[in-house]
Design a protein around this ligand. Structure first.
Ligand code: F3S
Length: 394
């Protein structure tokens, strides 16, 4: 892989240990992916923020990097949600030792110069660059959204590679940064011929489709068989589910590519649905995997007007979106109905779900269903938001 003189010097350690490690990571990825060069990026989004996922080793590494003199992120860098509400963790039954470690991780990222985003929907809170711009986003749901919906170019970065991209302001010119690779390798055709409503709609339908497609297509997915005019919440659910089950980093809605096709019928739908949803109802409700957008909070507030939840309901979103929802009056309606906002945290990789002390959870998210089951051992009842509200708020 071609490196400029400046890149070679950084790789040799002339600019300090942190940059040396970062360039070593990028060069290693470049070799594996046969890349010819590194390219500049406009935005890095790093994951690996929750203490529940990165643990002691990750914390030590971040602290070491952040202490190297002069080490700063070179481009605008947002971060994924962490493992707790940064301001209200003590009132939400987060253990003090967990909180202490989580705050150390956040302090290390702050030293490196992050935007205080703590979100997996960064495109909601910051101005999105124009189509075709190269970025480096970790968090599979956000990376797939960037490629498929926003027209940005990013590979599915890992926590480590996104960190290297943020430190250098560059990424490896490979895979989905090259226009020739951004075409479907296999189509998934929706054929719901026995269903009354043949068109998929809502976050559960699109989540189930994404979960299936991710399992069956490792490359770029083409969707066809119905018109894909996705609402933000549906697109987000589809992206998150694709990223949960496979390595695909992009899909093309309404594909016309003449490639192998796999059908998604009622049978595939039912198989996935019954894999994810094992409970008729849940003892608590969790919304916000990926974190809720302002549009979803508006919809939820409309559904809840004059109602009150009959069971615990937790709503995950970023602080920025929460503040926006407060300004517009949506947050007050949701809180008035008994919903509890948890800001800046991941809905799944948080001790909060286990602290609920329930055996089952209702959610509208296939990605949430997948991870809450695996990480916290709870049974899941998968339903659309409207149905959850209708059944649990009066
Ligand atoms: Fe976001 Fe956590 Fe779900 S990072 S996509 S809320 S698993």
């Amino acid at each position: 892989m071609f490196l400029t003189k400046a890149e070679e010097r950084a790789l040799a350690g002339e600019n300090g240990e942190a940059l040396e490690i970062a360039y070593r990571v990028l060069v290693a990825i470049g070799k594996i992916s046969n890349a010819k060069k590194l390219i500049p990026i406009k935005w890095a989004h790093v994951s690996g923020v929750s203490y529940l996922t990165i643990g002691e080793y990750g914390l030590d590494f971040l602290r070491r990097i952040s202490k190297v003199r002069g080490t700063k992120f070179r481009v605008f860098t947002t971060v994924n949600p962490c493992g707790m509400d940064i301001e209200n963790w003590d009132s939400l039954e987060i253990p003090a030792d967990y909180a202490e470690n989580q705050l150390k991780i956040i302090a290390a990222y702050e030293k490196l110069g992050i935007a205080n985003s703590f979100t997996c929907v960064p495109f909601q809170s910051y101005k999105v660059p124009r189509k075709g711009t190269s970025v480096a986003w970790a968090e599979s749901s956000a990376a797939i959204y960037a490629n498929s919906i926003l027209g940005l170019r990013t590979n599915r970065e890992s926590a480590v590679s996104a960190l290297a991209c943020a430190l250098t302001g560059k990424t490896v010119y490979s895979d989905l940064h090259l226009p020739r690779n951004r075409v479907p390798t296999k189509n998934v055709r929706v054929r719901m011929e026995k269903r009354e409503n043949r068109e998929l709609s809502g976050t559960v339908d699109y989540g189930v489709l994404g979960y299936f497609a991710g399992k069956n297509v490792p490359g770029v997915i083409g969707f066809q068989g119905q018109r894909f005019d996705l609402k933000i919440a549906e697109a987000k659910a589809l992206c998150a589910a694709v990223g949960t089950t496979g390595s695909s980093g992009m899909f093309v809605p309404n594909s016309r590519e003449n490639v192998e096709t796999v059908d998604f019928t009622e049978k595939e739908y039912e198989d996935i649905f019954s894999e994810l949803s094992q409970a008729g109802e849940g003892e608590a409700i969790v919304f916000g995997c990926p974190q809720m957008t302002i549009e979803e909070l508006y919809d939820l507030s409309k559904m809840l007007a004059g109602k009150h939840f009959q069971k615990k309901c937790i709503v995950f979103c970023s602080s920025r979106i929460y503040e926006m929802a407060q300004t517009r009056g949506y947050a007050q309606v949701i809180e008035g109905a008994g919903g509890t906002f948890v800001r800046d945290a991941c809905a799944d990789f948080t001790p909060l779900i286990s602290a609920l002390n329930v055996d089952s959870v209702e959610t509208d998210s296939c990605k949430g269903a997948h991870y809450m089951r695996k990480v916290h051992g709870v049974k899941i009842s998968l339903k659309d938001t409207r149905r959850i509200v209708e059944e649990n708020a009066a």
